[in-house]
Design a protein around this ligand. Structure first.
Ligand code: PRP
Ligand code: URA
Length: 209
């Protein structure tokens, strides 16, 4: 069964509170999202496998550790997921980046696919899907299904804010995918927005609206 990881580190919680504030502008919002993504990325990659390598320090030969693979891919769900890419790239600069474009239909709240461009060898990579908002869970579930159709087997979902129903939907649809969030909020409103949430993440990142 998929595991839910709530990253309640004080730095993450403090930065998230500033992001929630409606008076926080796009520049600060983007910067805080990048910082939180780096901190969460540390947890998402916590159990990456290591191997021993022999190296020579200025003092002597010794056995040291290095990542043994698989290689990483970051796959943001457009648009808002883009805001989480740079923080993870700061940690793992050699990660490849794919893009999945989904928007939520305003009436039905169902995700609509409009773009998909992934690294050629995506099926062999450890994939971190990013999206700040996990509301109904439809967008994240569909993005993960798209990746599985391309052969991906090793997928994690990294979000900023979720609600129980969205988290449950993803975990039910994808029991093999661990979900990482910084907060589990209360509920969805009649427009399927997260309450208390932080509003429309894409609009706040890119200054639209
Ligand atoms: C938002 C958000 C998620 C989705 C979450 O994107 O970034 O992708 O809604 O909702 P769900 O869990 O109910 O599917 P949106 O569709 O507003 O597109 P945008 O990022 O381009 O603004
Ligand atoms: N998408 C957002 O950007 N915010 C929400 O609260 C829900 C979906």
């Amino acid at each position: 069964m998929s595991q839910l990881h709530v990253i309640n580190h004080p730095l993450v919680q403090h930065k998230l509170s500033i992001m929630r504030d409606k008076n926080t502008g796009s520049k600060d919002f983007r910067e805080l999202l990048r910082e939180i993504s780096l901190l969460m990325g540390y947890e998402v990659t916590r159990d990456l496998p290591l191997e021993d390598v022999e190296i020579e320090t200025p003092i002597c030969r010794t056995l040291a550790k290095r990542l043994s693979g698989p290689k990483l891919a970051i796959v943001p769900i457009l648009r808002a997921g883009l805001g989480m890419v740079d923080g993870i790239l700061n940690l793992v600069p050699v990660a490849r980046v794919g893009h999945i474009g989904l928007y939520r239909d305003e009436e039905t709240h169902q995700p609509v696919e409009y773009y998909c461009k992934l690294p050629d060898d995506i099926e062999n990579r450890f994939v971190i899907v990013t999206d700040p908002m996990l509301a109904t869970g439809g967008s994240a579930s569909d993005a993960i299904t798209m990746l599985k159709k391309r052969g991906c087997k090793n997928i994690r979902l990294m979000c900023l804010v979720g609600v129980p129903e969205g988290i449950d939907t993803v975990r039910r649809n994808h029991p093999d995918v661990d979900v990482y969030v910084a907060a589990v909020d209360d509920h969805l409103n009649e427009n399927a927005y997260i309450v208390p949430g932080l509003g429309d993440a894409g609009d706040r990142i890119f200054g639209t609206k």
